[in-house]
Design a protein around this ligand. Structure first.
Ligand SMILES: Nc1ncnc2c1ncn2[C@@H]1O[C@H](COP(=O)(O)OP(=O)(O)OP(=O)(O)O)[C@@H](O)[C@H]1O
Ligand SMILES: [Mg+2]
Length: 250
């Protein structure tokens, strides 16, 4: 059974960057097979990883609803979706990538969400680690495309507003009954660490703070992938130290 790591946090806090670095750490530590899932409709997790799938689950669902005649006779719609999903998985070196996208056609959202959920339930069994990069905000939590996560990693800046948003995400996950075993908080782009009293009512295991790293800035500016980030880059070194708990099963 796969170990699911789900990213959350406000916009622009560094979710995609840290998700890509987590994939890199799992790969370098040779912990097992990895599926990186881009669940942000404005997807860029693939770019961050240097592997961009040609189609998304959204386009697959659109195609099937526009051309139901493509489903071979004798095959159920669900079985056909499952088959098509396999073709949407792009293979990188040491990890696979899947983009969820967002179906555009009309149709029942509950159907689409159920289909996405069924896809995730199946894939979770096929990999050792599943790292899900989510969109900012809370909508994806209410859509519940992932019903459970072993570790939720909330990324925040060091500001009262950011920490309040992190707390709200944690509360929402509880309210809508997504089963999350461990909740972690990482501060990103911060100059100083969090004072312990600010953590009192956060309900997170606070891991530490990733510094502003010029090397990430250069990678981002040149449109390169974080797989080519220097292994001594301070962001990667710090995440390697503070992120161990995220990767620990059980
Ligand atoms: N530790 C860091 N040092 C330097 N730059 C960083 C760091 N973390 C993130 N960045 C940069 O900040 C920007 C936003 O990061 P990222 O795209 O990972 O955030 P996000 O939370 O995924 O955003 P969105 O909500 O839009 O999906 C990017 O240009 C990224 O390169
Ligand atoms: Mg992002």
């Amino acid at each position: 059974m796969g170990y699911v790591i789900a990213m959350a946090g406000k916009g622009g806090t560094g979710k995609t960057t840290i998700a890509a670095l987590i994939v890199r750490l799992i790969k370098e530590k040779k912990l097992g097979s990895i599926l990186a899932v881009d669940a942000d409709p404005n997807s860029n997790f693939g770019e961050a990883l240097g592997v961009v799938p040609q189609k998304s689950i959204g386009t697959i669902l659109d195609e099937i609803s526009k051309h139901p005649d493509k489903i071979p006779s004798g095959m159920s719609k669900d079985r056909f979706i499952e088959y098509e999903v396999q073709t949407a998985i792009a293979e990188g070196e040491g990890f696979d990538v899947l983009t969820m996208g967002r179906p555009e056609g009309p149709g029942c959202y509950c159907y689409v969400n159920n289909a996405l959920r069924a896809v995730m339930d199946k894939l979770i069994k096929d990999y050792d680690y599943i790292v899900i990069d989510n969109e900012a905000g809370l909508e994806h939590l209410s859509r519940r495309t992932a019903r459970s996560a072993d570790a939720m990693v909330v990324v925040s800046g060091l500001s009262a507003v950011g920490l309040k948003a992190a707390k709200r995400i944690s509360e929402l996950a509880r309210e809508i009954d997504i089963k999350i075993k461990k909740r972690f908080l990482i501060l990103n782009l911060c100059t100083n660490d969090l004072e312990p009293d600010k953590l009192k009512d956060l309900n997170f295991d606070y891991l530490g703070c990733i510094p502003d790293d010029k090397e990430i800035g250069l990678i981002s500016l040149n449109g390169q992938s974080l797989m080519s980030l220097n292994e001594k880059a301070k962001s990667l070194v710090v995440l390697g130290k503070i992120g161990e708990k995220i990767l620990q099963r059980g």
